[in-house]
Ligand binder design. Structure first.
Ligand SMILES: Nc1ncnc2c1ncn2[C@@H]1O[C@H](COP(=O)(O)OP(=O)(O)O)[C@@H](O)[C@H]1O
Ligand SMILES: Nc1ccn([C@@H]2O[C@H](COP(=O)(O)OP(=O)(O)O)[C@@H](O)[C@H]2O)c(=O)n1
Length: 223
């Protein structure tokens, strides 16, 4: 059972997908982590992030691993555990530049599909920006998770509490969404994609909306 979830930054994709996967006994795949890990790798290698040819040349050397057990999340590049490093503002600030390079999207999409195909659990929730439209458009359950921009910004500020001034977090989030929107459309639901708007929902209510939809889809599939 493949569950695809897309949405803008701070809409709750990672936290909600992880909690829903835990409840359903599913695996959880965070695809944004792969883009962040590739950005980290390019920075380490001294690649000019704004030169698409240089970024493309870095693709074959990218050795990536991610934990898909919602209780054992990790992200590795080669021998390096980059789980925390990829969340740093210096990576958030440059990830959109590498995410627009076609060779990067092609390679990462292939990795995402391999991970979905090899899960040993009864299902996997994969979340990102283009999962419902490009990576797994055939998934039986496809969700666009949204929330009003000011709500998303204050949730992300709360997560980063104290590490960065609130206005900076909001500016970076808005700038990243604008850049990312030039490459994939994650603000409107494609045909057959169910929108869950969490603006007025609690976290638990949002998780419930996802698990209810997945269970209903599984019940329909059985009949
Ligand atoms: N109703 C809600 N739905 C989703 N997330 C919520 C909600 N209320 C609060 N949050 C918090 O907002 C944050 C969303 O961040 P995250 O899951 O990283 O989003 P994304 O992966 O889309 O960037 C989390 O800290 C989450 O706990
Ligand atoms: N399927 C995806 C997932 C992420 N991304 C890119 O990866 C970046 C980081 O994604 P993320 O999901 O970790 O970002 P947050 O929403 O958690 O802040 C995004 O800003 C996009 O540039 C993408 O292009 N396609």
């Amino acid at each position: 059972m493949i569950v695809a979830i897309d949405g803008p930054a701070g809409s709750g994709k990672s936290s909600v997908s992880k909690a829903a996967a835990r409840e359903l006994g599913f695996a959880y795949q965070d695809t944004g982590a792969a883009y962040r890990a590739f950005a980290w790798y390019c920075v380490e290698q001294g690649v000019d992030l704004h030169n698409p040819d240089d970024v493309t040349d870095a693709v074959p050397g990218f050795d990536y691993a991610i934990g898909t057990d919602p209780d054992r999340y990790y992200v590795r590049v080669g021998r390096h555990d980059v789980t925390d490093d990829i969340r740093e503002p210096r990576i958030s600030a440059v990830v959109s530049a590498i995410a627009r390079v076609p060779a990067v999207r092609e390679r990462l999409t292939a990795i995402f599909r391999e991970i979905m195909a090899s899960t040993e659990r009864p299902g996997i929730i994969t979340e990102g920006r283009d999962i419902t439209t490009v990576v797994a458009p055939e998934a039986p359950a496809r969700i666009l998770l949204t929330a009003d921009e000011d709500v998303r910004m204050s949730r992300r500020s709360a997560e980063l509490a104290g590490t960065q001034p609130e206005h900076l977090v909001a500016e970076q989030l808005g700038a990243r969404d604008r850049l990312d929107s030039q490459v994939v459309d994650f603000m409107s639901a494609a045909d057959g994609v169910v929108t869950i708007d969490s603006t007025h929902l609690t976290f638990d209510e949002t998780v419930r909306a996802v698990t209810d939809l997945v269970r209903a889809t599984m019940a329909t599939d059985r009949n």
